[in-house]
Design a protein around this ligand. Structure first.
Ligand SMILES: C[S@@+](CC[C@H](N)C(=O)[O-])C[C@H]1O[C@@H](n2cnc3c(N)ncnc32)[C@H](O)[C@@H]1O
Length: 396
């Protein structure tokens, strides 16, 4: 496709010169002799004059030559310029979009989530949740756009709770850790579900997310949800602190996946439940990645500040490898979540108010839309998988 667009652009650039292409009405020639028919500077006059002055669309007795292009036969210079300009702009735009803009570095996760939280666009569209939604077979058959975009995110949490055998009603006395909590939508949802006697602690690298999560906890009268800035790779919590460790779409950002897993297993109490959702790349040990796979993955890593992804199989090995876990289960929820990518684009197109009046953020949203589509394609063709994991910590 890129080659095709590039060749079209080159072809248009190689069009015959204006002097050979258009008939020039005689009254535009003459006095303004510097604007001779052979000069490309005649073009603005033709453009702004009455139709009789516009260079002829077809060969006529007054025209010397016409520009023949395509099956319809003729393309005027303005059309050619417009087409050429549009194609060149598309080629240039795509080249800009294809260059990832937010590669991972040790500060980038905090900085980017701070910025996302501050500009409010993500919250405008995604609500309190920075994770994919869940669409069942009937909803997919009916058409994903019919489903409420935010409801899909709540459904995802419900399904993840059930996948991880996490209590979904008031049980009392539970302590839950939400690793990489975003603005805490899930932490507060679980905190309300399990009741005021229980406590949910959300951690994130982004101070702005903690601030927003705390504001929303007050607004939503959810005092048993607490938030703090803490690195999941070196948590301050003592061993065996939590009954449940929950991690939803934070693994993607971890520069050390083994440490990420081992830290979460360390702070889980014996008998405690672990549940995790994270984007994975396919296991390349049997079928190595092609050049295109590698190129696509590089873009997906570097556009949204991910150091790298690993496979579902590799995560399962890391969990088993701690020696602390039993009943390890995995699944690929690509079918249940894939609609989220295009649904995200759709909500922005359907209601552009979230970014349209914010010119500085506009470009960022265009980039995000492009990345959402590339994510969709990578999941759709099996390069990416939606990893789900559950496990129980062995009793000592
Ligand atoms: C895609 S968001 C998911 C947010 C949340 N789990 C949700 O479902 O709405 C990723 C989150 O992981 C957090 N994160 C990434 N790396 C982290 C780390 N090393 N320690 C703590 N949080 C981290 C980010 O700050 C962000 O809050």
């Amino acid at each position: 496709m890129k080659m095709l667009i590039a060749s079209c652009a080159v072809a248009l650039l190689a069009l015959p010169s204006p002097s050979a292409s258009f008939s020039i009405p005689s009254r535009h020639v003459g006095k303004k002799s510097d604007r001779s028919p052979t000069s490309s500077s005649i073009w603005p006059d033709g453009l702004h004059s009455s139709s009789s002055n516009v260079p002829s669309l077809v060969s006529s007795s007054r025209s010397s030559t016409s520009l023949n292009l395509g099956p319809s036969g003729i393309m005027t210079r303005p059309v050619a310029l417009a087409v050429g300009g549009t194609i060149s702009a598309l080629v240039a735009g795509k080249a800009i979009l294809d260059r990832p803009s937010r590669p991972y570095n040790p500060e980038s996760v905090a900085t980017e989530y701070d910025a996302w939280t501050e500009d409010g666009i993500l919250e405008y569209y995604w609500g309190e949740h920075i994770h994919l939604g869940y669409y069942n077979d009937a909803e997919m058959e009916a058409g994903y756009k019919k489903k409420n975009f935010i409801q899909a995110k709540y459904d995802f949490i419900d399904e993840m709770m059930s996948f991880g055998s996490i209590p979904s009603e008031q049980v009392g006395g539970l302590s839950v850790l939400d690793v990489g909590c975003g603005v805490g939508g899930t932490s507060r949802y679980i905190a309300r579900a399990i009741g005021k006697d229980s406590k949910v602690t959300g951690i994130t690298l982004s101070p702005n997310q903690v601030k927003r999560a705390q504001e929303l906890a007050v607004e939503q009268e959810t005092p048993n949800a607490h938030f703090q800035v803490m690195d999941a790779l070196k948590m301050d919590f003592p061993d065996n602190s939590f009954d449940v460790v929950w991690a939803c779409e934070s693994g993607e950002h971890m520069p050390d996946k083994e440490k990420y897993i081992s830290e979460m297993m360390r702070v889980l109490k014996p008998g405690g439940k672990f549940v995790m959702a994270t984007w994975c790349q396919r296991d390349d040990r049997q079928v190595p990645f092609s050049k295109k796979d590698e190129k696509d993955l590089k873009f997906l890593y570097e556009e949204w500040t991910h150091p790298y992804f690993i496979s579902i199989e590799k995560y399962a090995e890391l969990i088993e490898g701690t020696g602390k876990m039993e009943n390890v289960g995995t699944a690929d929820w690509v079918r249940e979540t894939i609609a989220s990518w295009r649904h995200s684009i759709w909500v922005g197109v359907y209601d552009p108010r979230g970014f349209i009046f914010k010119p500085r953020q506009y470009l960022k949203c265009v980039r995000d839309g492009y990345c959402l589509e590339r994510m969709h394609r990578a999941f759709d063709r099996g390069l990416m998988q939606y990893g789900m994991f559950h496990a129980t910590k062995k009793l000592e």
